[in-house]
Design a protein around this ligand. Structure first.
Ligand SMILES: Cc1cc2nc3c(=O)[nH]c(=O)nc-3n(C[C@H](O)[C@H](O)[C@H](O)COP(=O)(O)OP(=O)(O)OC[C@H]3O[C@@H](n4cnc5c(N)ncnc54)[C@H](O)[C@@H]3O)c2cc1C
Length: 376
């Protein structure tokens, strides 16, 4: 029961070549970040080897809620105030483009029905109204709804409809990225835990472990906090109540109905928020029972839970990822991670961004995401 629903998808065949000796870049982690970077670097002709302690997409990339949203982890109006209006607008546009690029690569792993950002109460309504107005002011697509159709009708206090957002089968997408990366010449070594970056036979190393691999880079230990998220999936329902990703309560609750009729629901981290600051990948009774009660509410009746799982993501102080060279490591060690629970699109975008930076190409947003921003 603790196998994530997404990982039950058949693994596509992959021709995995073996590279002899030293490589240009060793990547630690074969999730969306590591695979996107590997593809980009291998296509540019570099010798790339990816190491994963388990298998492709076995971390958060195969354990998440399947929401493929534009934007960052913070509300757009808050992002404008925090990073400045121009930088926030450019950052949002960049993620919109990344989502379009994912659509080109994902095939049937991505659908784009849009998403609903719901207000759980009047206070949240005021907050997301500010977000909606800021999005519209800056020319981003968004619609305001006082109520939403379907199973959530009459239960929330307004919603933003983001028409270009998507629902992704994340494991299928990342396994496809891995297949493309190996076809471009990258080597992927599964069941190969890296204990010491210095021991890797590589000119440069990219750490792409998001919430996992805590402690691998000493300087990042206090900058990316491992955080646990828990998810359940129901038996298939015979009617469609939720035809796109829905999320509410600052994203603490998120659910969608899958093509086979199951409701996939995650969240309720705030039930025991301090206990969830952990990299122990296991479910807990307190959160599982909250998820289950809410699932019955969403379905309008008791429904069986067929899958339960936990995953770990990396949270940062300012909710922005860390992307770039790790300070003080002479350009040998690089990082991309810390998506604060929004890594499906950002992980892909930052995997490509860090690869571009390593290739010496133009890499916009690197300054905003520079890991050195936390250095004294
Ligand atoms: C429950 C949950 C729900 C989420 N929901 C969403 C969502 O709906 N939408 C969204 O955008 N984001 C969501 N996220 C966040 C998103 O899943 C992650 O940010 C994203 O998948 C991170 O991808 P990644 O490739 O950077 O890391 P991961 O996919 O976590 O991959 C890291 C890899 O590194 C490997 N690794 C770690 N240490 C080592 C080592 N020492 N040696 C070798 N390999 C190592 C691991 O085995 C793992 O495969 C969610 C996360 C969780 C946990």
């Amino acid at each position: 029961m603790d196998v994530p629903y997404w990982l039950e998808d058949p693994t596509p065949a992959r021709t995995n070549g073996k590279l002899d000796g030293r490589v240009d870049v060793a990547i630690v982690g074969a999730g969306v970040t590591g695979c996107a970077a590997a593809l980009r670097l291998a296509e540019a002709g570099l010798r790339v080897r990816v190491h994963d302690a388990r298998s492709v997409a076995s971390g958060a990339s195969g354990r998440n809620g399947g929401f493929a949203l534009r934007g960052g982890a913070a509300r757009y109006d808050v992002a404008r105030e925090t990073y400045g209006a121009e930088r926030a607008a450019a950052y949002w546009r960049w993620t919109e483009k990344a989502l379009d690029r994912i659509a080109e690569l994902a095939g049937d792993a991505l659908q784009r029905p849009g998403s609903y950002r719901l207000a759980g109460d009047e206070e949240e309504r005021e907050g997301i109204l500010l977000e909606y107005e800021a999005l519209r002011e800056d020319g981003h697509n968004a619609e305001w709804l006082d109520d939403v159709p379907g199973g959530a009708a009459g239960r929330f206090h307004g919603a933003i409809f983001h028409p270009r957002d998507g629902s992704i089968q994340p494991a299928r997408f990342v396994r496809r990225l891995a297949t493309r990366a190996t076809a471009a010449g990258a080597e992927i070594r599964e069941n190969d835990r890296v204990e010491d970056l210095e021991a890797l036979e590589a000119d440069r190393v990219l750490v792409a472990t998001d919430g996992y691999g805590h402690g691998l880079v000493r300087e990042l230990t206090d900058l990316v906090w491992p955080t646990r998220g828990q998810v359940i999936a129901s038996e298939p329902l015979d009617s469609v109540l939720y035809d796109r990703p829905h999320y509410a309560r600052q994203g603490f609750d998120y659910w969608q109905q899958l093509p086979d009729g199951r409701i996939l629901l995650g969240g309720f981290r705030d039930v025991s928020i301090l206990d969830e600051l952990t990299d122990v990948e296991e479910t807990t009774p307190a959160i599982q029972s909250s998820l289950e009660s809410f699932l019955h509410e969403l379905a309008g009746r008791e429904v069986a839970v067929t899958h339960r799982w936990a995953g770990i993501f990396g949270l940062t102080q300012d909710m922005l990822p860390l992307v770039g060279a790790v300070p003080g490591r002479d350009g040998r060690v690089w990082v991309a991670g810390g998506y604060s629970g929004h890594g499906n699109v950002l992980g892909f975008a930052c995997g490509e961004l860090v690869a571009d930076a390593m290739l010496g190409r133009d890499a916009p947003h690197l300054e905003l995401l520079d890991p050195a921003r936390f250095s004294d």
